[in-house]
Design a protein around this ligand. Sequence first.
Ligand SMILES: Cc1ncc(COP(=O)(O)O)c(C=O)c1O
Length: 324
Amino acid sequence: MRDAMARADVGDDVFGEDPTVNALEDKAAEILGMEAGVFVPSGTQSNLIGIMAHCQRGDEYLVGQLAHTYKWEGGGAAVLGSIQPQPVEMRSDGTMDLELLASYVKTQPSLNHFAHSKLLALENTHDGQALPSDYVSEAQALARDRGLSLHLDGARLFNAAVDQCVAPSRIAAGYDTVSVCLSKGLGAPVGSVLVGRADLIQEARRWRKMVGGGMRQAGIIAAAGIYALDHHVDRLADDHRRAVELADRLDRIERVAVVNRATNMVFVEVDLDPDQADGFNDVLGSVGVVVRGGPRYRLVIHLDIDDAGIATAAEAFAQAVASL
Ligand SMILES: Cc1ncc(COP(=O)(O)O)c(C=O)c1O
């Protein structure tokens, strides 16, 4: 990947003249079955400009209250786009009750009291869990029926595709815009791509410039994204296999309970008092397993973690529990 970055042809992407960025945008759009793409530095910016491309000031987007775009992105759509989020109770598996969702939709133009519902944003995977395809189809049908457009935060879309043994374009189907991250599981150092309908991507490109995402010789980082798409998608199955292995090993340790495991994520709860967490984390850190928080931990497997790393992590937890 570093080699590909060093050899990348570059140009000024603000003027659309970086051949490597253009190649990445075309490639991502093609893989995901979309008309166009725009390269951005982060998933947060990708979601933001996607939502801003769909909605005007005074519109709203419906979103699960645990979704990244709502909970973890600083309220960007509201702060920078004047777009009101309508959070909808979300189950821990990433789905929402669709009847409840429907009850939140406000599209009667005669009612000046309301922000206008314009967009439904889903997230796949959510906490590692791939959304069931039937649920996605029903949510999409509901959105279309109510005149809403559709955005997918597919930061880890490729994990969902590998998990469900379908083409990535299948997971992206039915949405108007889809954001995918090249960092995280795909292993690029930086970058996301927003793909979708050409008119929306053109609009998103203008917002990208406004929020400071127009970069110059960005081909150097886009080359890493191309490399990741070429070499690091199929191997996500290794991460999923290792997550199973890690969950199995952790589950056998006294005082450690595996709360959930899906695709490349394992959630564990350690039976310790919150004030013991720092000491517990220090023991893990002393053997090279750096964690934050506790007593609940989210463990994420990626391409820099091999089988030996899984064994190290499991042994570190055993050692930390023994130290309590
Ligand atoms: C589901 C989801 N969407 C979006 C993002 C944002 O990506 P970034 O950290 O590149 O801004 C993340 C980051 O963890 C995420 O988990």
